[in-house]
Design a protein around this ligand. Sequence first.
Ligand SMILES: Cc1cc2nc3c(=O)[nH]c(=O)nc-3n(C[C@H](O)[C@H](O)[C@H](O)COP(=O)(O)O)c2cc1C
Length: 158
Amino acid sequence: MKDLIVVFSYSHGNTIRIAKMIQKKTGADLKVIETIQPYSDDYDEVVDLGLKEVKKGYEPPIKEISIEGYDRIFLGTPTWWYTMAPAMKTFIHMHDFKGKTVIPFMTHGGWPGKVIKDMKKELKDSIIPTSIEIQFDSNGGDTLITSLDTIEEWIKQL
Ligand SMILES: Cc1cc2nc3c(=O)[nH]c(=O)nc-3n(C[C@H](O)[C@H](O)[C@H](O)COP(=O)(O)O)c2cc1C
């Protein structure tokens, strides 16, 4: 079985950190979504911009990542204003996931909103056997709150 992890990450690489844990267990290829226009390094600016993007349903252009030839695709996103990051939405809309096995995972700072629900809605023709929400600290930092045991247990059954 050939696995692919596609992840978007902005703040601290929290979501990439989880992606790497999944990669260690599955041996999956790991690809990071890059927006054509990089987000600013100014966190507060991006928090504001992110709100505008989410409200408008804006999908920022991203560099192409192929999902061809993979049996299972993990999709990882941070929470942006209670939903998936807009760049993940772009990625999902750029590909046909019909009949593919997709495993969504997300990170958040205490307000997970409806990220997984929204991802499942976008991926309605896919097979989604499992998903996970992982909490980091509420200041937008990189301290893991969800226990490592919980994450490792989930990864073990993949
Ligand atoms: C634009 C923006 C919006 C955010 N909105 C939320 C939110 O609605 N709920 C939440 O719990 N965390 C929110 N966060 C915090 C991130 O989801 C959290 O810190 C995540 O782990 C960051 O992952 P990353 O380091 O991979 O980017 C937001 C962060 C940014 C930059």
